[in-house]
Ligand binder design. Structure first.
Ligand code: NDP
Ligand code: GDR
Length: 360
């Protein structure tokens, strides 16, 4: 039985990847951070009680900023495959916490690669690095592919640039089977609530049911190549099953703006969007006291990535990979699931309890 170790197992991709690998018969180990509240919502359905034998899904406490925990876990697990998905993954937050982002997202990858070396696992443990389309930042070529020059535009992207190159370097220097998946944005119903797609579907569902007044957004003209996380984790696994380790771009090849995403999500629930510019009062309300979408400059970034569009021809040709879930199916699934959770909140509210609107 193959053993896989996933860092970031409590995140969006970690949860889909754990499901996929368990279905393929792997023993799956995951690293989670110590938190003051449970942070395992996305993987609770996979949880197995440690008091029962024969577990295939095992969690370990560790942190990408703590080499000792990483070395200890990798030594104990002796994984055939390591998927490094853990990161401070929010681009806007990286401007506020640049040093921490560099430590976890950049040096974190190095710590795992060094652990592989220290433990003499160069020929045993294959390594996947969660690289990103943010590396292209201020784009030098459209669409972006493996050979497009990088131009990172945030502390997050700069940290990921280090992780990208250290992965390439350890592959070339020490013969480790190490690859970068350069993944374009991918979303799902379990996407973090402060990324723009989930923020939109969650807010529109709550506005529809009268639980929230406004959706405040930043740059509506930013364009992204949005795919579904479920499709993309399959690709992460495929990249570690090849004869030779290589880096691959993963994308749909179709681009939409943030505004398009709002329109598509609203259409799913027959909601007519009232676009409000910055010309309304400071709270974003119009004269009728009603507002649906408002631009709030607080969500503008110090340096923005305006447009990303990927070319995944190499993955198509060499790995036979194509995304199965379309943009409209993705939006529809996210909207459906957020409507369900808003309906639950509606029941809670009807019984006199407050529900919480987190406007971040
Ligand atoms: P999430 O933010 O949903 O998940 C990140 C995971 O990393 C969480 O499990 C989080 O733990 C964990 N984590 C954060 N910091 C640390 C740390 N210091 N030590 C250990 N664990 C930590 O991200 P996604 O699932 O969306 O993305 C997965 C990876 O892919 C990330 O590296 C991201 O940068 C990259 N990526 C994502 C893309 C996307 O569109 N989703 C596109 C391209 C790359 P906790 O649950 O406790 O917060
Ligand atoms: P991104 O995703 O920065 O591409 O990083 P995000 O959804 O945060 O932003 C996409 C675009 O939407 C614009 N935007 C807003 N973004 C947020 N979060 N909130 C808003 O209110 C808002 N309004 C407009 C942003 O300015 C941006 O242009 C994601 C992360 O998953 C990274 O970890 C990953 O590497 C990249 O995708 C590929």
């Amino acid at each position: 039985m193959k053993k896989a170790l996933i860092t970031g197992v409590t995140g969006q991709d970690g949860s889909y990847l754990a499901e996929l690998l368990l279905a393929k018969g792997y023993e799956v180990h995951g690293i989670k951070r110590r938190t003051s509240l449970f942070n395992t919502d996305r993987i609770d359905h996979l949880y197995a009680d440690p008091h029962e034998g024969g577990r295939k899904f095992i969690l370990h406490h560790g942190d990408l900023t703590d080499s000792s925990s990483l070395v200890r876990i990798i030594q104990q697990v002796q994984p055939d495959e390591i998927y490094n998905l853990a990161a401070q993954s929010h681009v806007a937050v990286s401007f506020e916490e640049p040093e921490y982002t560099a430590n976890s997202d950049g040096i974190g990858a190095l710590r795992i690669l060094e652990a592989i070396r220290i433990l003499g696992l160069e020929k045993k443990s294959k390594f996947y690095q969660a690289s990103t389309s943010e590396l292209y930042g201020l784009v030098q070529e459209t669409p972006q592919r493996e050979t497009t020059p990088f131009y990172p535009r945030s502390p997050y992207a700069v940290a990921k640039l280090y992780a990208y190159w250290i992965t390439v370097n350890y592959r070339e220097a020490y013969g480790i089977y190490a690859c970068n998946g350069i993944l374009f944005n991918h979303e799902s119903p379990v996407r973090g609530e402060t990324f723009v797609t989930r923020k939109i579907t969650r807010a529109l569902a709550r506005i529809k049911l009268g639980l929230q007044d406004c959706l405040y957004l930043g740059n509506l003209d930013a364009k992204r190549d949005w795919g579904h996380a479920k499709d993309y984790v399959e690709m992460q696994w495929l990249m570690l099953q090849q004869e030779v380790p290589e880096d691959f771009v993963i994308a749909t090849g179709v681009q939409y703006s943030v505004r398009d995403f709002v329109d598509a999500a609203a259409a799913e629930i027959d909601m007519k969007i009232e676009w409000r510019g910055t010309g309304v009062d400071e709270k974003g309300y119009d004269s009728k006291g009603h507002c649906v979408v408002s631009v709030d400059p607080r969500y503008f970034r110090p340096a923005e990535v305006e447009t990303l569009l990927g070319d995944a021809s190499k993955a198509r040709q060499k790995l036979g990979w194509t995304p199965k879930i379309s943009f409209n199916e993705l939006v529809s699934e996210m909207m459906r699931e957020d409507l369900k959770s808003a309906q639950r909140d509606e029941v809670v509210k009807k019984h006199g309890y407050n529900t919480f609107t987190y406007n971040e």
